[in-house]
Structures are given as structure tokens and as C-alpha cells.
Ligand binder design. Structure first.
Ligand SMILES: [Cu+2]
Length: 190
């Protein structure tokens, strides 16, 4: 109200001025920054939606030449009032795909086992992330490099099947888990 009044007074007393008030300039700068942030965020992250399930940033690691397996990660959020389950996935780079859970056994050895699905609680989320649950792409037919994307699908018990894209990110970056992961996966090749 007071800004409108001041602007009106200024406009009336300086009808030809093209200078903007400090508030206006700060406002415009803020808007530009917000826009820039939104654009860069859209480039780095991507998401999909299947019914009540929001699929946040599916990604996979770049694989070395000759690799037979790769892992996929994603965060799943359930906005609905009933639990859902991720029950299957596919990736165009892989001959077949399983859902795995990684754990350290009582001898301190990193192991993986297939799980039937991943529960996404009502109003909650499930994270498939390095060191834990992951989508296992097996019989890799095609390696992808950092910065590329590949198509795939996620299948939910309630929300059904949806097409997604996995963003390929740097090999071994971030979690410090890369070495253990590839070692753990060596038995998957054949
Ligand atoms: Cu695995």
C-alpha cells in the first residue's frame, strides 16, 4: 500500500523519469536470480510423476569400458494416502533389470540380494541410493557416458508403469562407494 502510494507520488512529481526505485531494481535482480536458479535446477534435476508417486531424479553412474552391470538410483515420494511399491524397472542399456539391496554381512563383506520390491509409505518416501537399495541393470548392451541419459521404465504396484530417463553421472563420484559396488557386482556378469 505504502509502496503503491510512494510510486504514485513519484510518478506524479517526476512523470518523465525512467530511473527505477531501489526496491524495483532489487526486485528485478531477485526475479532474475530466481529464474536463473530455476533454470539451472531444471538442468541438473529432473522428475516424473505416476499417479501419487513423484519420481525424483533417476540417475546412474557412468560405467567403465566393458562393464556388464550398472546401478540406478532414484528418490520416490508418495503423496497419496495408501502405500505403493516399486516392483520392477527397465533400462534400455540393459538386457534385464533387478531391484537389489546392498548390505554388509557379518564378515564385513559387501553383498547384494534381489528384493521383491521397494515400499513407498503413504505420505512418505523411499530412496534408492548408493550403498543401499538400487536398480541393477544387468547384461549391459551399451555403455553411457557422464552427461548422457537413457530411457527406462519404473513399474509400481498401484501407480502402474511410467517412462523415465536416467541421467548418467560421474563414475565413482560422490559417495566414495564406487569401488565396493563394482567389486560386489562382479558375480553378476554371466
Ligand atoms: Cu546390485
Amino acid at each position: 500500500m505504502s509502496m503503491t502510494f510512494r510510486s504514485a507520488v513519484r510518478a506524479a512529481s517526476h512523470p518523465f523519469t525512467r530511473l527505477r526505485s531501489l526496491e524495483e531494481r532489487v526486485g528485478i535482480a531477485f526475479l532474475a536470480l530466481a529464474l536463473l536458479f530455476a533454470m539451472s535446477h531444471a538442468l541438473l534435476a529432473h522428475d516424473f510423476r505416476a499417479g501419487d508417486i513423484q519420481i525424483d531424479h533417476p540417475w546412474s553412474r557412468a560405467t567403465p569400458e566393458g562393464a556388464r552391470v550398472a546401478a540406478g538410483y532414484v528418490v520416490l515420494r508418495n503423496a497419496g494416502s495408501e502405500a505403493d511399491r516399486l516392483i520392477a524397472a527397465t533400462g534400455e542399456i540393459a538386457g534385464r533389470t533387478e531391484i537389489h539391496e546392498m548390505a554388509v554381512d557379518d564378515k564385513g563383506v559387501m553383498t547384494m540380494r534381489p528384493v521383491g520390491g521397494v515400499e513407498i509409505p503413504a505420505g512418505g518416501e523411499a530412496a534408492l541410493a548408493p550403498g543401499g537399495l538400487h536398480i541393477m541393470f544387468l547384461d549391459l548392451q551399451d555403455a553411457r557416458k557422464e552427461g548422457e541419459r537413457f530411457k527406462g521404465t519404473l513399474v509400481f504396484e498401484r501407480a502402474g508403469e511410467i517412462d523415465v530417463e536416467f541421467a548418467v553421472e560421474a563414475a565413482g563420484g560422490g559417495s566414495g562407494h564406487g569401488g565396493g559396488h563394482s567389486t560386489g557386482h562382479s558375480g553378476h556378469g554371466g
